[in-house]
Design a protein around this ligand. Structure first.
Ligand SMILES: Nc1ncnc2c1ncn2[C@@H]1O[C@H](COP(=O)(O)OP(=O)(O)O)[C@@H](O)[C@H]1O
Ligand SMILES: [Mg+2]
Ligand SMILES: [Zn+2]
Length: 505
């Protein structure tokens, strides 16, 4: 008996047998039940997610002898003919092999003949983005005025390559990559039905490697069956995929945490001996870092392994963020490294070198001496005004007004402040009274306050503050520009410094 590949053997024949595309199936079911049918559908999505499968089931839905339905019988002459790929009114074309305009014309020439047997004449054009420009024009003419008995089902992995004129005439459905756990469940179901014993984690590993494509997952399962003999074991599957176990990768991160370069290099050597795929290993590390980060934010998030939670407690969140960046950029640059192993090693060593080495133990923390309280002898004169201002019981607008004043003169009974003319709108009686009260309280004697408006004033508290801020900003900018670590990071990430992002507090 010849072996039929699983992807073909397990091609779904009903909507219910499909996995991972529920929203689309719901919309199509709804349309079929209400017979609200469009004349052209476009199914887009990456390879192996069910575009062709879906289009064929939809063709049965439209032509089943039991009537237009979302649950075609699968028994009638039309259904069985469609399943067997020999239904006269389903014209299936692979545009990748028939790109020429003559082909499309030939195909569309008979569009004006009624369906031979079925309710609808269905054109299933796969990989439609491969058609030539002239072919698109020929197709477009038909799409503009299709006979009522014609339906177009187009499928493509690259909808962006379709002319907008075609796109705008189709109802588009984007099929999603199928989540790992759904694929894993599907593989388990198939293994059980085929009487193939398995380790569940091995099937999860295959599902991960399939990257959302059910077809790829089934091809990998075919390979695993051939590779592992009687039972699909995790270790065999790892060896087959050249992938690394979770535990091995955790040991790499533990070595980084322990600041143990020797151990780290030994572990990497070990990976090399097991012919590990370093690209995949790096992806796995990214995924582990992501999980650690999640555990740091939500410690009781579901599905977190204990080892992840332990690492989450050991590492600082900002270190994990940095490692993630390093791994992500390393992944981009890995193809340029002389060998994947060397590139991988450099990425992990970079993480090691960025590990903060200054660890202040609790008892070594320097406790600043308590500020020594000086008795405050109230002294107020034009020179000390700027410093005195903060000692006055002033807030809000009154404080703002006083901050824009200079002290002109002070006598036993009177204080005179000067306010620059551009700030005159701030001046009013209520605020003046509040400042006067604060001065009375501070000097502990009755005084009268007068605020004079002048064309210019000397250095006010506000002006001084602005100058100080400017100087501090300049100093901070200089310090950051000259900082060794910042320069290192800029070198590694090919980054520039955004001066506006430097904030002093
Ligand atoms: N959503 C899905 N549910 C179940 N099996 C699927 C799904 N998508 C793909 N498959 C499996 O992969 C095979 C190829 O699917 P196909 O519809 O030809 O993918 P596409 O046209 O998107 O490249 C199918 O025969 C089936 O075994
Ligand atoms: Mg296909
Ligand atoms: Zn039927």
């Amino acid at each position: 008996m010849t072996y039929q590949v699983l992807a073909r053997k397990w091609r779904p024949r009903t909507f219910q047998q499909m996995i991972g595309q529920e929203p689309i199936l719901r919309m199509l079911t709804h349309a079929l039940r209400n017979e609200r049918l469009h004349h052209a559908y476009l199914f887009s999505g990456t390879r192996g997610v069910g575009k062709t499968t879906l289009a064929r089931i939809f063709a049965k839905c439209l032509n089943c002898e039991t009537g237009i339905t979302d649950t075609p019988c699968g028994q009638c002459a039309h259904c069985t003919a469609i399943d067997a790929g020999r239904f006269l009114d389903l014209l299936e074309v692979d545009a990748a092999s028939r790109t020429k305009v003559e082909d499309t014309r030939e195909l569309l020439d008979n569009v004006h003949y009624q369906p031979t047997l079925g309710r609808y004449k269905i054109y299933l054009i796969d990989e439609v983005h491969m058609l030539s420009g002239h072919s698109f024009n020929a197709l477009l003419k038909t799409l503009e005025e299709p006979p009522s008995y014609v339906k177009f089902l187009l499928a493509t992995t690259e909808p962006k390559r379709l002319p907008i004129t075609i796109l705008s005439r189709c109802l588009q459905f984007n099929l999603k990559r199928v989540p790992i756990d759904e694929i894993a469940k599907h593989l388990q179901h198939i293994c059980s039905a085929e009487n193939i014993p398995f380790d569940a984690p091995a099937l999860t590993l295959l599902s991960q490697a399939a990257d959302g494509s059910v077809r790829d997952a089934l091809s990998l399962l075919d390979q695993a069956i051939a590779y592992t003999g009687e039972k699909i074991l995790l270790a065999d599957t790892e060896a087959m995929l050249g992938s690394v176990s979770f535990e091995t990768l955790l040991r790499l991160l533990q070595a980084i945490h322990a600041n143990d370069g020797k151990q780290l290099l030994m572990e990497i050597e070990n990976l090399e001996m097991h012919a590990v795929n370093f690209y995949q290993a790096l992806d796995e590390i990214l995924s582990i870092l992501h999980q650690i980060s999640l555990a740091q934010v939500i410690p009781d998030a579901p599905h977190l392994k204990d080892s992840i939670i332990t690492l989450a407690k050991q590492f600082k969140p900002e270190d994990i963020q940095l490692y993630y960046q390093i791994a992500l950029i390393g992944r981009r640059d890995l193809p340029y490294a002389p060998t994947p192993k060397q590139g991988f090693e450099m990425i992990l060593l970079r993480m090691l070198s960025f590990r903060p080495v200054i660890i202040i133990k609790e008892e070594e923390k320097i406790i600043p001496p308590k500020a020594i309280e000086k008795p405050v002898t109230p002294s107020l004169n034009p020179r000390t005004w700027i410093d005195t201002l903060d000692k006055l019981a002033l807030t809000g607008l009154a404080y703002a007004l006083a901050s824009n004043c200079t002290l002109l003169e002070i006598s036993d009974t009177k204080v005179k402040l000067a306010l620059a003319i551009q700030h005159e709108p701030m001046l009013n009686k209520k605020l003046t009274e509040r400042i006067e009260q604060a001065l009375v309280q501070y000097l502990n004697k009755p005084i009268k306050l007068e605020i004079l408006v002048t064309s210019t004033v000397g250095e006010t508290p506000v002006k001084k503050q602005k100058e100080e801020d400017k100087a501090r900003q300049a100093k901070a900018t200089e310090a950051i520009q000259n900082d060794d670590d910042v320069q290192k990071i800029m070198g590694i990430f090919d980054a520039t410094l955004d001066l506006n992002s430097i904030k002093t507090i």
